[in-house]
Design a protein. Structure first.
Length: 192
C-alpha cells in the first residue's frame, strides 16, 4: 500500500463511504447527546441503572455459559468454562442484590475504560488528521476529556462511586456524540 495511487484510492473510498453514510453518523451522535444529557441530569439514577444493567448482563451470560458448558461437557476446558459461567452468575447476582456496593467496583472498571477509550480516540483523531481533512480535532478533544475524567474519578474515590458512573458516562456520551455530529456534518459537505 506504499504506492501513492493506492493510498489516494483508499482515501477516496473512505471519504466516499463517509459522505454516503453521514446521516447514520448524525443520528448516532444525536442519540448519544440526548442519552448523555439525561445521565448528566440524574447521575445517581444513571449509576444505579448502569449497575443493574451490568448485573443482568453478567447473570444472563453466566446462565447461558452454564447451559452451553453442560451441553458440551465432554469438550476440553469443561472446568474452566464451568468456573467462568459460575463467576458470571455470582457477579451478576451480587450486582443485582447490592447495586450501590457494586457501583464502586464498576467505577474502577470505568476508570480503566476511560483511559483506554481516551487513548484510542486520540489515535483515531491522529489517523483522521493524516488520512482525511475535517473535524478530527473534535475526536482529539473527546480523547483528552476521557483521560481527564479518568483522573478526576480516581482522585475522588470512594465518594465518587455513587455518582461517577452516571455522570461520566453521560459526559462521555455528550462529547462522543458531538464529535460524531461534527464529523457527520463535515462528511455531508465533503466531496467524495
Amino acid at each position: 500500500m506504499s504506492n501513492p495511487s493506492d493510498i489516494a484510492a483508499m482515501q477516496s473510498s473512505v471519504a466516499r463511504a463517509l459522505h454516503e453514510h453521514w446521516v447514520m453518523f448524525l443520528i448516532e451522535g444525536l442519540v448519544l447527546v440526548i442519552l448523555g444529557a439525561a445521565a448528566i441530569a440524574l447521575p445517581p439514577l444513571a449509576t444505579l441503572a448502569l449497575t443493574i444493567l451490568f448485573g443482568w448482563l453478567f447473570l444472563i451470560s453466566g446462565v447461558i455459559g452454564l447451559f452451553s458448558t453442560f451441553m458440551m461437557r465432554h469438550a476440553p476446558g469443561f472446568w474452566w468454562s464451568l468456573l467462568s459461567a459460575v463467576l458470571g452468575i455470582v457477579v451478576g447476582l451480587m450486582l443485582l442484590a447490592r447495586p450501590i456496593t457494586g457501583a464502586f467496583s464498576l467505577t474502577l472498571v470505568l476508570i480503566a475504560f476511560f483511559i483506554i477509550e481516551g487513548v484510542a480516540s486520540i489515535m483515531f483523531a491522529l489517523d483522521h488528521k493524516r488520512e482525511l481533512s475535517g473535524r478530527w480535532g473534535w475526536m482529539l478533544v473527546s480523547g483528552i476529556v476521557d483521560l481527564i475524567l479518568a483522573a478526576f474519578v480516581f482522585a475522588g474515590l470512594p465518594s465518587t462511586a455513587a455518582w461517577a458512573i452516571g455522570l461520566l458516562v453521560g459526559i462521555n456520551m455528550v462529547f462522543g456524540g458531538s464529535a460524531l455530529i461534527a464529523m457527520a456534518l463535515h462528511a455531508r459537505s465533503a466531496t467524495a
